[in-house]
Design a protein around this ligand. Structure first.
Ligand code: SF4
Length: 95
């Protein structure tokens, strides 16, 4: 039987950057964003809605860039996404 996604993710480790590689640039666009797909597509639950703004837990990021694809306001500058500096970030143990 295949392992669950949660079990597979538990094999991963992180070498965290001290600075977030994901930034919410325009919270007003996020407030107006009705579907907020970033809350759904990220398997690591990096994005959460906190009363009136999007919060980002960049340390949990798996660098899949699902949010980058799903955010329909990305092109309008809602968020900035770059890989963590200096090769930091997630370390996949299973490829
Ligand atoms: S980050 Fe993008 S998808 Fe998420 S709430 Fe903001 S505009 Fe919407």
């Amino acid at each position: 039987m295949p392992e669950s996604v949660e079990t597979l993710l538990a094999h991963d480790k992180w070498d965290w950057d001290t600075q977030s590689h994901i930034k919410i640039v325009d919270q007003e666009l996020c407030r107006k964003c009705e579907s907020k797909p970033c809350l759904i597509v990220c398997p690591a639950r990096v994005y959460t809605w906190e009363k009136d703004h999007i919060a980002v837990n960049y340390q949990a990021c798996l660098e899949l860039r699902a949010c980058y694809v799903a955010c329909h306001e990305f092109g309008n500058g809602a968020i900035q996404w770059n890989y963590p500096r200096g090769g930091k970030g997630v370390i996949f143990k299973l490829g």
